[in-house]
Design a protein around this ligand. Structure first.
Ligand SMILES: N[C@@H](Cc1ccccc1)C(=O)O
Length: 501
């Protein structure tokens, strides 16, 4: 009889007297379990082998379980501390016993609830008593040791259930396949089996040489186990950015581009932010230790300086605050992408622009913020502006309503705010779908003449900076930004998050 190579190997390694697992064959024959499984099923189809399946349950300690294995269960530590303090004779102060036990934080609550459940003693008005008869081996502690030592079968089902409820162990099931020779298989082996030339994929060489005519092709077994393959894919936040881009392009906007590290001139000075403005100290903007920006357009620089010193228009006052070129040329990581808007409005990016114009960017901004559930040190800002002859706050609100509707967000709220470069200014808020909390999602306004005139723009410009991550939180219901973006994100989330469209 002629059989493909792997089938011959499996047949020869299988025994008629005792089942052998696919894993052990895979090790002995140095072939992948999935090819052994495939060969085994093919041999079973031929009647040469029996394949049997059983479920193997494995138990392992979770991180918390391992901690308790080392340090002792919290309730046992509490009990021991209570006994040491004489709690088996008279009630003792709880604070004192907890202190002596060395338990801290959440472990204290865990200790107290299990202490009561296990009848280790009583707790009453801040005092604790220990039941002297309760000492001895704690079955859960013993079970943790057995499981760690690979003897999970010594542990009773009840204890396993209890440990699983406490989150101290993880149980997983897996199918174990074993093979055994049938009588027909034994006969075939005695009569002799040979390796047949069989291929599992067609190559271009086979096609050109004509060899494909003479070989035998193995059949596909779509039921065979195969390793999971994680293909590359876009980060969910990147997909969200792409979607926002599509929406804005659909609304007639063009994309802006520009440097992440830029002169403070474009980040702050053009935005009529005085050089002694608190946001310019390095507390929330990252300054870079690099040579200053050389090429600032001289005419724009002069007009910006004049706006800062004397103001703009007849009633202009300016800040009269110190203004120096050194600071304007200093390079920072941009704290907002409004630096791009300043570059585009000034004409240095695309030349002079005639109204109407619409521009956007979805790019990173960097701030030295305190990291928490809604802040990272860098985030994606959805920057945008519209230039036209006559714009009002209604246009701004209408644009936001239309934009956010495309993401199913219809309950926008607006709150007046202050920006040095816009008047009036509005913050935007949306409701978080899970927590119901009202979350800030952006900031906006109509650029002031003190910003526009030095940039030589003589019509209206409304503008905004929205946070992509916050939009993502409202769309996905994520409650912590760190679950979506950054080093703490769960890989499974990145692999399996559905594409939202
Ligand atoms: N630069 C502002 C956003 C903004 C842009 C344009 C106009 C008004 C506000 C921020 O980072 O919060």
């Amino acid at each position: 009889m002629k059989l493909p190579e792997t089938q011959v190997a499996v047949l020869e390694a299988a025994s008629a007297n005792e089942p052998r697992t696919v894993e052990s064959l895979s090790e002995d024959l140095d072939r992948k379990p999935e090819s052994i499984t495939r060969a085994a099923f093919e041999l079973a189809d031929e009647g040469l082998l029996d394949v049997s399946e059983s479920i193997d349950e494995s138990v392992s300690l979770t991180e918390e379980g391992r901690t308790y294995l080392e340090d002792g269960l919290p309730e046992v530590r509490l009990y021991e501390a209570a006994i040491d303090a004489g709690g088996d004779d008279d009630p003792v102060q709880m604070g004192q016993v907890i202190g002596a036990s060395g338990l801290e934080g959440g472990a204290v609550d865990i200790a107290l609830s299990n202490f009561a459940r296990k009848g280790y003693g009583g707790i009453d008005s801040g005092e604790i008593t220990a039941n002297p008869d309760a000492g001895g081996d704690d079955p859960e502690a013993t079970a943790l040791e057995s499981i760690a030592g690979g003897d999970a079968d010594l542990v009773t089902e009840d204890t396993l259930d209890q440990l699983e409820r406490r989150g101290l162990i993880e149980r997983s099931e897996r199918t174990v396949r074993s093979v055994q020779l049938t009588d027909e298989g034994v006969t075939a082996l005695m009569e002799g089996v040979e390796v047949a030339e069989e291929v599992d994929r067609l190559t271009s060489e086979m096609l050109t040489s004509g060899e494909w005519r003479d070989v035998e092709f193995s059949e596909y077994n779509v039921a065979a186990d195969a390793p999971e393959i994680e293909g590359g894919r876009h980060h969910p936040l990147r997909s969200m950015a792409e979607r926002v881009k599509d929406v804005l392009v659909g609304m007639g906007f063009s994309e802006m581009q520009g440097p992440h590290a830029d002169a403070e001139f474009w980040i702050n000075d053009c935005l009529f932010m005085p050089q002694d403005h608190p946001a310019r100290t390095h507390w929330d903007q990252f300054g870079l230790d690099v040579p200053p920006m050389q090429d600032l357009p001289e005419d724009v620089r002069e007009r910006v300086e004049a706006a800062h010193r004397e103001g703009v228009g007849e009633d202009g006052e300016g800040y009269h605050s110190p203004w120096g070129e050194d600071m304007a040329r200093q390079i920072d990581l941009r704290g907002h992408t409004t630096s791009l808007s300043a570059r585009y409005l000034s004409g240095i990016a695309e030349g002079d622009l005639e109204p109407p114009q619409r521009f956007f960017s979805i790019e990173k901004a960097y701030r030295n913020d305190e990291i928490d559930s809604t802040h990272l040190l860098e985030f994606f800002q959805i920057e945008g502006w519209v230039m036209a002859d006559d714009l009002s706050v209604r246009d701004l609100m209408g644009t936001f309503t239309e934009f956010y509707e495309q993401f199913g967000i219809t309950d926008l709220r607006f709150k007046p705010t202050y920006n040095p470069y816009t008047e009036p200014s509005f913050e935007l808020f949306g409701e978080h779908p899970v927590t119901g909390e009202v979350v800030e999602i952006g900031n906006s306004g109509i650029f002031r003449p003190e910003m526009l005139e030095p940039l030589d723009v003589d019509c209206d410009v409304m503008a905004w900076g929205l946070a992509l991550e916050r939009l993502m939180m409202l769309v996905t219901g994520a409650e912590d930004i760190r679950d979506v973006h950054g080093t703490l994100v769960d890989l499974d989330y990145l692999r399996t998050e559905e594409v939202r469209y």
